[in-house]
Design a protein around this ligand. Structure first.
Ligand code: UD1
Length: 346
């Protein structure tokens, strides 16, 4: 298959291109070398089309393409409200333009990079009220070191549960809002065009070539960069917040399976969680990484960020059933390898 791969100069798409080519596909890469991800003077790769989806004429790049794999995005949590327009423009307006161009080209297959952040704080079980969305964490609770969210009805203790793809959207950050909107635009395009899309909701992605620490980096890059500077990871809250760390090669495999099978899906947008299926606490992750780097143990600081979600762990079962995807890299192994893997510096 001939694939247009957006965001091709990025961390995840670079691995998608490798796995796609290994499986015999032809990849046409496109990127705009976003400053926030690559730095202002990043050298261009002549094998990747240099085009900004917000403004470029996309139509010629879609000639002869079978499937679009849309990885280009402004990532991170967002720094402050001044980021809102950039998230909307890069992740939503640019996607809308891409979808309109795909419609003009008669292209009806899309694989979209989405994120578990669409679920926000996920779902919990209250002993009294059953399956509930957690209440937004209160400042006085956080300041007092009570990090777990409360039941939105009774204010009591609740327990996190595995979430599936039918879990309602609850975006908490600029980035999360832009990813929800992106899924909605793709879904509307499917309806208008009778098209098919697969949205892959990535969990916390890590692996070789991930960008070094920037204001938009996730925790794995932040900890790995701290170790590279000779510092130890600084773990927020009490370190018992839970995530699912999924290796970038597994993310790449999920994408290529989706590229190969999107045409077999029902018309419309089908979402899949992409996760390792082995939850880890942030404290465990920091300890594994530090030990593998031969550094001292991490420091648990009790710092917190208002926008952080406490636990987000989703079931990978639908991706196993629908795409035949199962993660191969156990997080304990992959995170230990990350301690010495090269990071991308631009
Ligand atoms: C991350 C990504 C998000 C992506 C999602 C799923 C970022 C900034 N966030 O969300 O874009 O869609 O995974 O792939 O890239 N923490 C520390 N110390 C630090 C920094 C963070 O302990 O120095 C803790 C935070 O309090 C939080 C956890 O690590 O509990 C994860 O934080 P982070 O990686 O920033 O965000 P996610 O919500 O997991």
């Amino acid at each position: 298959m001939r694939i247009l791969l957006t965001g091709a100069a990025g961390f995840i798409a670079g691995h998608v291109a490798d796995v796609a080519r290994e499986r015999g596909h032809e990849v046409v890469g496109l990127d705009m070398w976003l400053d926030a991800a690559h730095g202002p003077d990043a050298p261009r790769d002549p094998d990747i089309i240099d085009a900004d989806l917000r403004t470029a004429t996309i139509d010629p790049h879609l000639e002869g393409i079978d499937v679009v794999c849309h990885q280009a995005a402004m990532v991170g949590n967002g720094v402050d409200a001044q980021d809102l327009p950039a998230y909307a423009e890069h992740n939503d307006a640019a996607t809308a333009r891409l979808l309109a161009a795909m419609a003009r080209a008669g292209l009806d297959r899309l694989v979209l990079a989405s994120s578990m952040v669409v679920y926000g704080d996920g779902r919990y079980d209250c002993p009294e009220h059953g399956d509930v969305p957690p209440a937004v964490r209160r400042e006085d609770d956080l300041a007092a070191g009570r990090y777990d969210p409360r039941c939105p009805v009774c204010g009591g203790d609740i327990t996190w549960r595995l979430i599936d793809e039918s879990t309602p959207f609850l975006p908490r950050t600029s980035y999360a809002a832009s990813k929800v909107a992106q899924e909605h635009f793709a879904s509307a395009w499917c309806t208008l065009e009778g098209a098919r899309a697969v949205a892959l909701r990535y969990h916390n992605v890590y692996g070789p070539g991930m960008p070094a620490d920037t204001p938009y980096s996730g925790v794995a890059a932040i900890f790995r960069s701290a170790l590279a500077r000779g510092e130890v990871p600084r773990v927020f809250e009490d370190g018992r917040q839970v995530r699912d760390f999924v290796h970038v090669r597994d993310i790449a495999l999920a994408n290529v399976l989706a590229i190969e099978q999107v045409a077999d899906h029902p018309q419309g947008l089908t979402p899949y969680n992409v996760a390792s299926g082995t939850p880890f606490t942030i404290g465990e992750m920091a300890a594994t990484l530090s030990a593998a780097a031969g550094a001292g143990g991490p420091v648990t600081t009790g710092d917190y960020r208002a926008f952080d979600v406490r636990h987000v762990v989703a079931s990978p079962q639908a991706a196993a059933d629908g795409l035949g995807f199962r993660a191969h890299v156990p997080p304990a192994e992959g995170i230990a390898e990350l301690a010495t893997a090269a990071l991308r510096t631009r």
